[in-house]
Design a protein around this ligand. Sequence first.
Ligand code: FES
Length: 105
Amino acid sequence: VHVTFITPSGVATTLDGDVGQSVMDIGKRAGVENIIGECGGSAACATCHVHVDPAWIDLVGPPSDDEWDMLDFAHGKRADSRLSCQIRLRPALEGLIVHTPERQG
Ligand code: FES
């Protein structure tokens, strides 16, 4: 399942991950800028914040209430914000695009 990360300056990185992995997992492993994932994926740090591309927002779906609350700690929370550790790769997300924030926290 391919995911493209786009930075605020427009640098795009496309990575291939396995079904069941999180977007944070693959981004962090590859060293994508500003995908920090301090808590290791337990929705407890908000340093994996991303903005889901408008074309993908419906398919990715909304955050849980807890995730949405945790996003209060993220820099620049918006309606399209998600914790990337809470987005699990599945076949329907092939080609997913997320935008990384200016900074985390
Ligand atoms: Fe900590 Fe996602 S990795 S909230």
